[in-house]
Design a protein around this ligand. Structure first.
Ligand code: FAD
Length: 380
């Protein structure tokens, strides 16, 4: 894309590191990991060795103390490498899980978890969704009951990214169910505690190398000191952090649309039908021109949001608007681009096919498009 005003030389150097890591350590092995439904744990250690884990966490906690632009660069490169399933779990670990611990954790919690997360020794997950509560997080049923110096946790989570690998889970649960959302807390749960069990590694339409799991909590006892922040403030913390998560989803969506466009221009310039290049049909050019226009407009908005996030000023409305626009654009762009590949677009060996499948979830997770519209509508 022709303008990149927010990125500095440091961002571009980091981009090179991401690209090299993805090209050498991820892409050649991805097909095997997709079959396995999971990446090997060693991949996380390798990512840590080249500085890809926790780049935006403070240096005193093992991170690089970098700005949110580094998160954006990582997500852009993952999408450009068509490696969403293998590597977006790291983006969640870096820029969704770590910030909760860094922002709301005690000094002891930060020292215990963040350096180990930066080294790839500890993999994190965040468990909000339940079988009967996804969009409506107020309906969370998982319960934590205080018993002396401990919480006793009972409940079930589903669709949890990094669920098979996770060593620590940021658990969204009710500590005072009578108070609804205002009775929600976040508790750090170590996955080696008795009573904790992982369910199936879920079989999905796309993002096949990403482990996504059900999690079960059967009277799991954790020390009360595992509470993250204050009791019953969990919903407020979620509301504070979700715009960042949605911006991350927006960045992924835009980068996917840009990648689809680039691959399809290249493909249609080669492919011939009726004695001419497919690219030379006006229909092809109009479709691709529409996608390019939307990508340019989206990039200007997303970069504005990245700058706002770097100053901690991204609002609910802006985060939701960015995710809504970019994930819907991702859906349209990957669909139109697949169409322009003809039958080859349906064949697994073409990158557009995988990108199309991997893209579908972005209109659903981190808050569906319908929920994004509700949030934007609240500001009308
Ligand atoms: C691959 C994958 C990874 C995920 N990773 C995680 C994770 O790491 N942690 C986590 O906690 N969750 C995760 N999720 C869960 C995800 O956030 C939820 O699936 C999502 O929030 C939607 O919830 P639901 O599936 O229960 O759908 P539902 O809430 O049942 O929604 C069904 C449909 O109803 C619509 N709908 C719901 N409410 C309204 C409304 N008020 N108005 C209009 N329409 C509405 C929805 O938009 C949707 O179209 C993941 C999901 C997937 C698929």
């Amino acid at each position: 894309m022709p303008f990149d005003p927010i990125y500095t030389t440091e961002h571009e150097l980091f981009r090179e590191t991401c690209r090299r890591f993805l090209t050498e350590e991820v892409v050649p092995f991805q097909a095997a990991w997709e079959k396995a439904g999971i990446v090997p744990r060693e991949l996380w250690k390798k990512a840590a060795e080249v500085g890809l884990l926790l780049p935006t966490t403070a240096e005193e906690y093992g991170g690089a103390g970098a700005d949110f632009g580094f998160c954006a660069v990582f997500c852009e490169e993952v999408m450009a490498a068509n490696a969403a399933g293998a590597a977006l779990g790291m983006a969640l670990h870096n820029d969704i899980c770590a910030p909760y611990i860094e922002k709301y954790g005690t000094e002891e919690q930060k020292q215990r978890w963040l350096p180990a997360m930066a080294k790839g020794d500890v993999i994190s997950a965040i468990a909000m969704s339940e079988p009967a509560a996804g969009s409506d997080l107020q309906g969370v049923k998982t319960r934590a009951v205080r018993d002396g110096d401990e919480y006793v946790i009972t409940g079930q989570k589903t669709f949890i990214t990094n669920g098979q690998h996770a060593d620590v889970i940021i658990l969204v649960c009710k500590t005072d169910p009578e108070r609804g959302a205002k009775g929600t807390s976040l508790i750090l749960v170590e996955t080696d505690r008795p009573g904790f069990a992982r369910g199936r590694n879920l079989d999905k339409l796309g993002m096949k190398a990403q482990d996504t799991s059900e999690l079960f909590f059967d009277n799991v006892r954790v020390p009360a000191s595992n509470l993250l922040g204050e009791e019953n403030q969990g919903f407020r913390y979620l509301m504070e952090q979700l715009p960042r998560e949605r911006l991350q989803a927006a960045i992924q969506g835009l980068a996917a649309a840009e990648a689809a466009l680039e691959w399809t221009v290249a493909y249609t310039r080669e492919r011939e039908a009726f004695g001419q290049k497919v690219f030379d049909f006006q229909n092809t050019q109009f479709k691709l021109a529409d996608i390019k226009t939307e990508c340019l407009v989206a990039r200007a908005f997303v970069e504005k949001c990245i700058a706002l996030q770097a100053e901690d000023k991204l609002t609910q409305e802006m985060g939701a608007a960015a995710k809504l626009y970019c994930s819907e654009l991702q859906g349209r762009a990957t669909d139109e681009c697949l169409q322009l590949h003809g039958g080859y677009g349906f064949m697994a060996e073409y990158p557009i096919t995988k990108l199309y499948a991997d893209s579908r979830v972005n209109r659903i997770y981190a808050g569906s498009s319908e929920i994004m519209r509700l949030i934007v509508a609240r500001s009308l």
